[in-house]
Design a protein around this ligand. Structure first.
Ligand SMILES: [Cu+2]
Length: 423
């Protein structure tokens, strides 16, 4: 019989043989059960008998007094024991609190960015080879709370140096200033941790420093949002969407010129000795800021919304009555006038700073290169609507629609007839 069940069985026996009054105090029950348990290993049947006889009180006067004295002593022993346990628990609690405080002090919210060359799908039938963070275009969407200690670990998996700039964050120059030989420049294969406190709520983005600006043009960028502390305010939206718009130029290279570059088709354009040699081999200065098209017909500029050209850009799904916030980041090279049809939005912030009263309502807003604009609207006009650039070149793919910076706003609680393909 396993120890646990035999113990349970004997407790029942004890109650049945009139031992119950002796078991009022929990520690007595614990001790008795414990002693039974030990004996039970020898023989469970005998153990029950021995145990019960041991706790039957004696009935003589002297015996009673002696028994009471013994009980008092036992009680005192128990109190001492409880006192010891309390002390041990208090010590443990103190240690736990200390450990907790230590952990809080060292608690960094860590994100890992792997800068590497990746082939990404930008339209249904088009893939380009770009520079990416974690194989994604744009890089991972980072979200932190105000006051968080942040550690961004940059792993350079490219064949040329890179760096990281947290566009808009007011942080020490030692973290975000121009990269210097002793810090900030991450050599090929190296890793670097950027640590800072996220103390400004708002919409920001990350990309390599200005001396590695060509890498940004080739796809190294991502969003960075700091939510206000607690994020429990009444004006927190029902839906908070980050939209990174960009334009990425893709150049086609013959297999010959690809083979001549040190990284098998991609030199990153940063002037190191190896790159200088490869640039003279390729003979095309344009490649300095271009991604690589995988076929000749796809060698052009792609205007993207969250890394996709319409109609591949994911729709913005809303429900009637929702308060929707769009955090628009222009990671591209040109200004984009974005128009939302069927709604008017309030402009909440530009470049992470809240707008001053009076409130500004618009239906179109131009987002300059590098700029972030936070807008908010109420989903109060069911239907299928477009959020798109007003510049035709940007809202098409080489003049073909659907394409470019355009996506659908749709109400998921309303059944709409399917969209007609205009072509
Ligand atoms: Cu920037």
């Amino acid at each position: 019989m396993p120890g646990g069940s035999s113990e349970k069985l004997m407790n029942i026996k004890l109650f049945q043989t009139g031992g119950a009054p002796m078991l009022r105090k929990p520690w007595e029950r614990r001790q008795l059960a414990g002693s039974f348990h030990g004996v039970a290993l020898v023989s469970s049947a005998c153990a029950a008998l021995i145990g019960v006889s041991a706790i039957v009180p004696a009935f003589s006067q002297d015996g009673m007094a002696a028994e009471q004295a013994r009980e008092r002593q036992e009680l005192q022993d128990m109190r001492d024991e409880v006192g010891d346990i309390k002390g041990t628990i208090n010590d443990a609690m103190r240690q736990m609190t200390e450990l907790n405080n230590q952990m809080k002090n060292n608690e960094y919210f860590e994100a890992h960015l792997f800068a590497k060359e990746s082939t990404v799908k930008v339209a249904g039938d088009v893939s380009i080879t770009a520079l990416t963070y974690n194989g994604k275009l744009p890089g991972p969407e980072l979200k932190f709370f105000q006051g968080d200690k942040v550690r961004l670990v940059l792993h350079n998996q490219m064949k040329f140096p890179t760096s990281l700039h947290l566009h808009g964050m007011i942080i020490p120059g030692t973290v975000d200033g121009l990269p210097r030989p002793d810090s900030g420049i991450v050599k090929p294969g190296a890793t670097y941790a950027y640590q800072f406190i996220a103390n400004q709520p708002g919409t920001y983005w990350y990309h390599p420093q200005v001396i590695h600006g060509d890498q940004k043009a080739k796809g190294l960028f991502g969003s960075f949002v700091i939510l206000p502390k607690g994020n429990q305010r009444a004006d927190v939206p029902d839906k908070d969407v980050v939209l990174v718009i960009s334009d990425v130029k893709a150049e086609y290279r013959s297999s010959e010129s690809r083979a001549s570059t040190p990284s098998g088709g991609y030199d990153g354009g940063t002037s190191t000795k190896g790159d200088a040699a490869s640039q003279s081999l390729s003979g095309s200065p344009m490649r300095l800021f271009q991604a690589v098209a995988t076929s000749k017909k796809d060698a052009h500029t792609f205007y993207l919304i969250n890394g996709k050209s319409a109609p591949m850009a994911p729709p913005i799904d809303v429900r009637r009555g929702q308060k929707v916030r769009l955090r628009i980041i222009n990671a591209g090279q040109t200004a984009v006038p974005l128009h939302l049809s069927g709604h008017r939005f309030e402009v909440l912030a530009r470049d992470g700073s809240d707008m001053l009263e009076p409130r500004v309502y618009r239906d179109t807003i131009t987002v300059n290169a590098g700029e972030r604009v936070d807008v908010e609207f109420t989903a109060d006009n069911p239907g299928l609507w477009a959020l798109a650039s007003e510049v035709f070149e940007q809202a098409s793919r080489e003049g073909r629609t659907p394409g470019g910076i355009a996506c659908i706003l749709r109400y998921t609680d309303i059944v709409e007839p399917a969209l007609q393909n205009p072509n």
